[in-house]
Design a protein around this ligand. Structure first.
Ligand SMILES: *Cc1c(COP(=O)(O)O)cnc(C)c1O
Length: 356
């Protein structure tokens, strides 16, 4: 749906995304860099982001063929790896749009059409997609037999790299280093995501896959000052009303005003991506001052306690990023990850890109 009269504004700082990429390159130098832009580039707008960063990265990756076609239609010519599984329905699209498939089970060798480029995907402990390690021999055989396809890479994915100090990361790293010995001739070997690249000192092989880091966040609890969130979400006060001591606010009446004062109603709610589970935990920023969000988050609105400040309707309110809490803070408060906070931002805002 096109928003002709949007209630809120998502501002994406493309320059910040470029800087984050350069900061990551400085820390993990001399690799190929794959930009993970699935799910509309974590809600940052895949076409604008991809066009802006295309000269900074070597590869793009997306979750499915539709997302990859969107990039091709936007004239992105860099290689695009599709993480998802190829099917009979999508096989032709890989060929037509020159996409790199992920081959993660034996049937994929026969599904893909002549000339299709692919990466092998092995499961070293993520437990999601990929060949198991005891299939090495059959996979090698199929790769050799299927000379009608081109294998340009082999990869795996860490399950626990979002936080530092995980033994499982080291186990997976060992398994991958054993695995790739059987595939020496494959040019691009890759396993590291943002967390593995920023929280660990590991062999990053030929390429790192960066999603969240580009957007300016480290996954997990560790924050890195050198990553700067690119996203700011603003709205405007819809109404300001006096509130009396003891008056309750919103569904369930979970909050009562401690004093006589003012209450602002902001036209964004869980329908726009503010998790309802964060009710009574958030803060917004208005004119550089923090105010608590009070009562349950509703579908279309949140309420903010202004105390004695009688602010005016239409005053700008920063909900996320900028002077307010950022997506990492929300993730911590909500016991979820930053990825989920970002991908839940959808629909009822106008998104603009700045700092080209
Ligand atoms: C999403 C994804 C990534 C990117 O992860 P970040 O934590 O955002 O860097 C990398 N590799 C695979 C296979 C993924 O699915």
């Amino acid at each position: 749906m096109k928003n002709h009269f949007p209630n809120s504004y998502l501002e994406i700082d493309l320059g910040a995304i470029s800087k984050n990429i350069e900061s990551i390159k400085q820390r993990v130098p001399n690799k190929k860099y794959l930009a993970v832009v699935k799910c509309d580039a974590y809600s940052h707008g895949v076409v604008d982001v991809a066009r802006h960063i295309r000269d900074q990265v070597d590869w793009f990756a997306v979750a499915n063929v539709d997302e990859a076609i969107e990039l091709r239609r936007a004239h992105i010519t860099k290689p695009i790896l599709v993480f998802g599984v190829p099917t009979y329905k999508t096989a032709a699209a890989y060929q037509t749009h020159n996409l790199t498939a992920t081959v993660s089970q034996l049937t994929h060798f026969s599904i893909l059409m002549d000339g299709t480029d692919y990466h092998l995907n092995f499961d070293t402990g993520m437990g999601r997609l990929g060949f198991s390690l005891d299939q090495v021999k059959e996979v090698r055989q199929q790769a050799v037999i299927n000379q009608r396809l081109t294998c340009s890479g082999i990869y795996s994915h860490y399950a626990t790299a979002d936080d530092p100090g995980s033994d499982k990361v080291l186990e997976q790293a060992d398994l991958f280093s054993e695995l790739v010995k059987h595939f020496g001739e494959i040019p691009i070997k890759h396993i590291s995501n943002t967390g593995a690249s920023t929280n660990y000192v590991l062999d990053n092989y030929d390429m790192i896959r960066i999603g969240l880091g580009m957007m300016g966040y480290n996954p997990g609890k560790t924050r890195h000052k050198w990553l700067k969130p690119a996203l700011t979400w603003n709205s405007r006060i819809a109404q300001v009303r006096p509130i009396k001591k003891g008056d309750t606010v919103s569904y369930g009446a979970t909050w009562a005003s401690p004093e006589d004062g003012y209450l602002a109603t902001i036209p964004v709610g869980y329908g726009d991506g503010i998790p309802r589970s964060l009710s009574n935990k958030l803060e917004v920023s208005i004119k550089g001052k923090k105010y608590p969000q009070v009562g349950n988050v509703t579908m279309d609105y949140i309420m903010v306690y202004l105390g004695e400040d009688k602010l005016s309707t239409d005053e700008e309110v920063t909900i996320l990023g900028g002077d307010a809490l950022n997506a990492s803070d929300w993730a911590d408060l909500g016991s979820t990850n930053v990825h989920e906070i970002l991908t839940n931002l959808k629909g009822r805002f106008e998104r603009s890109h700045i700092n080209y």
